[in-house]
Design a binder for this molecule. Structure first.
Ligand SMILES: [Mn+2]
Length: 306
C-alpha cells in the first residue's frame, strides 16, 4: 500500500465512494469477535497479545498532515506489510477542529480495511453517542462542504461507525489504552467491554471524556461539562484491579505532544498540530510490546515528537 497514493485518494474521494468505504469498515467491525490475529475482541474491548511492535497514535482532529508524517516517519505501513507482529492503534478523535476530517477518517478506514488484523480504532468523545456528542462538532458541516448533497448521508453513516469503535485496548500485564480516562466504577475488563450497554452510559462517558488531575483522590467534576477528573488513587486502584501498569490515553493537548501524570502511571499522547491548539509538537509512541515497563517515564525513548 502506497502512502502517497492513499493520501491522494483521500483528497479526491467523492461522497459515494467515501460512504462505500465507511460501510465496508462498519461491516468488517461488526464481524470482529473472538480471536483475530494477535488480538481478541469481546464486545467493545480489544485484548492484545504482548508481542511484536505497536504504533500508538493520539488525537488527530482532522490533521491529515500529521497523520501522513506519523505514517511516513514510523514506516509502519511497510512494517505491517512485512510482519503480522505489528499493531497500529488509534486512540480516537479523528475528526472535528481540523479542516481534513473526511480525509483522516478515510485514511484510517482504508488502513483498517487493508490490515484488518493489525489496526485497532478506539472511540473518542468526538465519536460519541448522539446524546453525548462533543461540541463544537464540525463534522456534519465539513461533510456538506466536502461532499455537497451526499454530505448528510455520509454523516449519518458515521454514527453507525462510531458505535462500532472500541472503548479500550488492553495489553496483558502492561497497558490499558482509552481515549479519555477511567473511573472507580471499573472493577473488571468486562465493565469496560460493555460500558456502552450501561443504561445511563456513565462509564462510557468517563472512558471517552475524563482527564487525570494531580489530586491524590478522584473524582471531581470536569470543566469540560462531561466526564470527570480522576486522581492518582483512582489510577492506581483501577490499574491494579485490571493487572495493568500504565494508562495510555489521548484527549488532551500537550505542548510537547505528550505528558506524564500520576507519578508515571498515565501517559497522554496528542498527535496533531495547529489551530485551535497551541502545542509545539505532536507525538506518537512506537514500542515493543513485550517489554515490561511500569513507569511511563521509561516509555520516553519510544516517544517520537514531530
Ligand atoms: Mn477528545
Amino acid at each position: 500500500m502506497d502512502l502517497s497514493l492513499l493520501v491522494e485518494d483521500s483528497l479526491n474521494i467523492q461522497g459515494y465512494d467515501f460512504i462505500k468505504t465507511v460501510d465496508s469498515a462498519v461491516s468488517l467491525l461488526r464481524k470482529e469477535k473472538g480471536r483475530l490475529g494477535n488480538f481478541s475482541v469481546t464486545n467493545r474491548l480489544v485484548e492484545l497479545q504482548p508481542t511484536g511492535e505497536a504504533l500508538v497514535v493520539g488525537d488527530l482532529h482532522g490533521d491529515l498532515t500529521s497523520l501522513t508524517t506519523i505514517l511516513q516517519k514510523s514506516a509502519f505501513i511497510e512494517k505491517m506489510e512485512k510482519t503480522k507482529e505489528t499493531t497500529l492503534i488509534f486512540l480516537g478523535d479523528y475528526g472535528d477542529r481540523g479542516e481534513r476530517s473526511a480525509e483522516v477518517y478515510y485514511v484510517i478506514l482504508r488502513l483498517k480495511l487493508a490490515f484488518p488484523l493489525q489496526v485497532v480504532l478506539l472511540r473518542g468523545n468526538h465519536e460519541g453517542t448522539r446524546d453525548l456528542m462533543a461540541y463544537p462538532h464540525d463534522l456534519p458541516i465539513q461533510f456538506q462542504r466536502r461532499f455537497g448533497e451526499g454530505g448528510r448521508m455520509a454523516y449519518e453513516r458515521m454514527h453507525l461507525l462510531f458505535a462500532c469503535l472500541y472503548n479500550a485496548l488492553y495489553v496483558k500485564e502492561r497497558y490499558l489504552m482509552v481515549h479519555g480516562g477511567i473511573s472507580p466504577q471499573i472493577s473488571s475488563l468486562q465493565d469496560i467491554a460493555q460500558a456502552q450497554e450501561n443504561q445511563n452510559e456513565a462509564l462510557l462517558e468517563d472512558l471517552l471524556w475524563s482527564d487525570p488531575d494531580e489530586s491524590e483522590w478522584g473524582m471531581s467534576s470536569s470543566p469540560r461539562g462531561a466526564g470527570k477528573l480522576f486522581g492518582r488513587r483512582v489510577t492506581e486502584d483501577v490499574l491494579r484491579e485490571l493487572n495493568a501498569k500504565i494508562l495510555i490515553r489521548g484527549h488532551e493537548s500537550a505542548s510537547d505532544g505528550f505528558r506524564i501524570n500520576h507519578e508515571g502511571k498515565v501517559l497522554t499522547l496528542f498527535s496533531r498540530k495547529g489551530s485551535p491548539y497551541f502545542n509545539r509538537f505532536g507525538a506518537y509512541l512506537q514500542l515493543p510490546l513485550s517489554e515490561e515497563i511500569d513507569d511511563a517515564t521509561r516509555l520516553m525513548s519510544w516517544i517520537h515528537k514531530f
